[in-house]
Design a protein around this ligand. Sequence first.
Ligand code: BGP
Length: 474
Amino acid sequence: RVQQLPKGFVWGAATAAYQTEGSTKVAGKGKTMWDDYLVAQGRFLPDPASDFYNRYEEDIRLSAEHGLNAIRVSIAWTRIFPNGDDAEPLAEGVKHYHELFACCKKYGVEPYVSLHHFDSPAALFNQGDWLNRKTVDAYVRYAEFCFREFREVKNWFTINELISLSHSQYIQGNFPPNHHFDVTSGIQSQHNELVAHARAVNLYKDLDETEHLGGRIGMVNVLTPAYPATDSPADQHAADLYNAFYTDFIMDGAFLGHYSARTLSLINEILRANNATLTVEDSDMEELAKAAPRNDMFGLNYYQSAFIAAYDGESTNSFNGTGDKGTSCFKFKGVGQQVDMPGIPTTDWDWLIYPQGLYDTLKHISATYPNLPVIYITENGLGHKDPEPDANGIVADPERIDFVDQHMEKVLQARAEGVDVQGYFIWSLQDQFSWANGYNKRYGLFYIDFDTQKRYIKQSALWYKELADTMADA
Ligand code: BGP
């Protein structure tokens, strides 16, 4: 078990605007790519979510009371620019985030702020989202506005989980626009998001030279390391292909500033097998090369690993978005298929619980990317069908404590071996809705009764505080 946290460790919890705020129709907020989609889907809605738009002070106070010294939040682009590229910002949206950051300051909880967390403005989404360079341009203008306006923010993240977005939108098909194995869009959106990330980093660093913004900037991505299902060369190659598409392409682009010859050769193999193409514009690689050494931090999200076997058939998948264990399947033509591994536990949503993968991936990236800046684990946690609060108002979630404990042990082991990990944010701060799963997949330290919006303390929050206290003593 984890006995103690290092002194000065960032001990936080994560949220995202659209999953927590609710109030999607107030103060002129524009629609995101989710608003109409969720209504049409008819499973669950984004209002009131965790009502964080109105109740943020309560959640930040609870954070401070439970030993957290940091929180991840995101700015909802459409609260500032309702169509994504409006000439003038919405004053009420700007005011809201100033108040949120002031509240963080009041309670001594440092905000780590993402500019984009899966919530593209509908107006831009309808014109192709990241596949359209217009979105990249509008994003950079929005970023510039935020950098100049929210000077109290000292830790910026450009885009949350570039790979999840493109995978979920264009490969797995469980995010709008729900394309399945549209490999051209899947790789192009990764590249275009990387260009947006690099332009935002370069802009921040350039502005910092003249306007002294005085903060840090980086990217958040989720890493899902793939292991070959057996020792066979075919399975080994399948795992290499999977890692190239799901990890190396974005890590190379962000931290090497170019795609390595090995990564490109694997990616090209996948593109050929799927009759897919990638278009790179002249200035893109310059932008990436310039940004790579300028990142101040890397936010690593880790949930699970994958075991991959070679696969010759057509692509097919089924997504477990209900927590009905054993219903997912993923077979990607020209890459490989995911297989179950006996002895490795899974969640009800079929996510492999494999803390060793976090250690392996930390060691791997620190050995592979000489430019890699300081690392924060910006998401890690357990989606679970938690019980209701007991008679004392406490929610029993020993599974979550176990999960975080096992993963933290690996973080600290990698750190002891020289990997520069400076903080950990549990996903998530409070219960919130999960994009493709809804409200029964709970992750929070704090339980929310979504009918009353009352907050309850989970055992994991009490455990989190105990660990935070060891840091003070260290
Ligand atoms: C990450 C996202 C989060 C969050 C989390 C859990 O991909 O950055 O927004 O939702 O995963 O995933 P899920 O909600 O699908 O269980």
